[in-house]
Design a protein around this ligand. Sequence first.
Ligand SMILES: Nc1ncnc2c1ncn2[C@@H]1O[C@H](COP(=O)(O)OP(=O)(O)O)[C@@H](O)[C@H]1O
Ligand SMILES: [Mg+2]
Length: 228
Amino acid sequence: MNNETTTNENIINIKDLKKKYDDGQTAALDGVDLEIRKGEFVSLMGPSGSGKTTLLNMIGALDSAEEGSIIVAGHNLMEKKDFSSFRSKEIGFIFQFHNLIPNLTVSENVQIPMLETDIQDEEMAKRANKLLESLNLGNKVDQVPTKLSGGERQRVAIARALVNHPSIILADEPTGSLDSTTGDIILNILREIHQKENVTLLLVTHEPYVADMADRKISLMDGKIKEE
Ligand SMILES: Nc1ncnc2c1ncn2[C@@H]1O[C@H](COP(=O)(O)OP(=O)(O)O)[C@@H](O)[C@H]1O
Ligand SMILES: [Mg+2]
């Protein structure tokens, strides 16, 4: 944490948020209240279908809600507008299945979030490759993702999530498709980033021991938050 002010500031403020699917038949989020402080590491558990991915998509403005309020890094996400600039500046997404683009190189994949900025091409490549080196992928920058192992791909996905120095990292079961040794490497990278960069980390996991690593544990049940 930098100082007292950032410690006390909520970077995520959600009140009575509701999200329905299937013409209102499925209440994916059914009145979510959640406050997360800047720099906090929060783990999110909950059974399959309890709304975890839906909630992350709301926070990252990948999807919009009908009811309630959601303010993230000072942006009112209930407004109907284009949030692509908000996303590229504030949010780093890490998914269970890395979601890399197969016909782009590792370096090009990491540069994607910078396309939304006015950084020059040469500088984009430099930044991406430097970050990849720090994640021990310096020798893979010109490879395509299909040539990489699962753990390497997830490290590329982490680099892509970090490249714009987002204030929030949303990690949706980032180790869910990896063996436990590789998963632990990925978790340690995320913890280190959280400690070093004062980034806010919201991590979805099914593993209690992973959830225990967080400053705070919450879970979703039937579209509502439970604090532990
Ligand atoms: N795009 C969608 N269309 C219809 N229903 C959806 C969609 N996305 C999620 N749902 C439903 O919303 C509920 C919550 O899903 P999700 O957020 O993916 O849960 P989790 O990530 O906790 O497994 C589930 O009942 C799921 O079937
Ligand atoms: Mg999910």
